[in-house]
Write a protein that binds this ligand. Structure first.
Ligand SMILES: C[S@@+](CC[C@H](N)C(=O)[O-])C[C@H]1O[C@@H](n2cnc3c(N)ncnc32)[C@H](O)[C@@H]1O
Length: 194
């Protein structure tokens, strides 16, 4: 318990110091540094983007010529950066008119409200991940990249196997900033092949 608190505290303090609204930014940073997901000028879709720390990280990485669009049920913090836009919406109600054109990268840090029962929480996480994959199949460019959080559960391995059909490179990854007790892991998928 002590060790977990210390680790959480470290990332929370660091995020405050560096001006990010959530500690989860260090998960994306670690993934991006290791797997080279996002590059300058990219157009990025960020599903489950509130309070907005991934949006800020991506905004800095893509620069002025890039664009990042966040989608969430909840509002994001007041972030004043030109290359960020935000759609307040349930991802299950997204439609093609919500954004024009295709994306080089789709990120999903979507997480359901948890109840503590593993099979229920992982089932809801799977539903969100399945929807994220559906969106990816509609709007990711050929050779594009996808990062998807999912909770470990009965069918998460099946979902992982399914993703392999659509990408050249697929890997499971657990970030250092993930809580020790958390069942989350990330699926890193590079090279979309339709
Ligand atoms: C872990 S948080 C994302 C944190 C974010 N990556 C950041 O760095 O600030 C997960 C988000 O998923 C959102 N979410 C869950 N279900 C959703 C849905 N059906 N549609 C849109 N957003 C959803 C939640 O509202 C929550 O803000």
């Amino acid at each position: 318990m002590y060790r977990r608190d210390k680790k959480e505290d470290f990332y929370t303090k660091l995020s405050k110091k560096e001006g990010y609204p959530a500690r989860s930014v260090y998960k994306l940073q670690e993934i991006d540094e290791k797997y080279k997901i996002i590059k300058k000028g990219d157009k990025v879709l960020d599903l489950g983007s509130a309070p907005g720390s991934w949006l800020i990280y991506v905004s800095k990485k893509i620069g002025d010529k890039g664009k990042v669009i966040g989608v969430d049920l909840k509002d994001i913090e007041n972030i004043n950066r030109k290359n960020i836009s935000f759609i307040k919406k349930n991802i299950f109600e997204l439609n093609s008119s919500d954004f024009k054109g295709k994306f080089q990268v789709v990120l999903s840090d979507l997480a359901p409200k948890t109840c503590g029962l593993k099979f229920i929480d992982s089932g809801k996480s799977l539903e969100l991940s399945e929807k994220a994959l559906e969106i990816v199949r509609l709007c990711l460019i050929l050779k594009g990249n996808f990062v998807c959080k999912i909770f470990e559960g009965e069918s998460s391995q099946d979902f992982f196997e399914k993703i392999k059909k659509y990408f050249d490179f697929v890997k499971r990854f657990r970030t250092k900033a993930s809580n020790k007790e958390s069942k989350e892991f990330y699926i890193i998928a590079r090279g979309f092949k339709y």
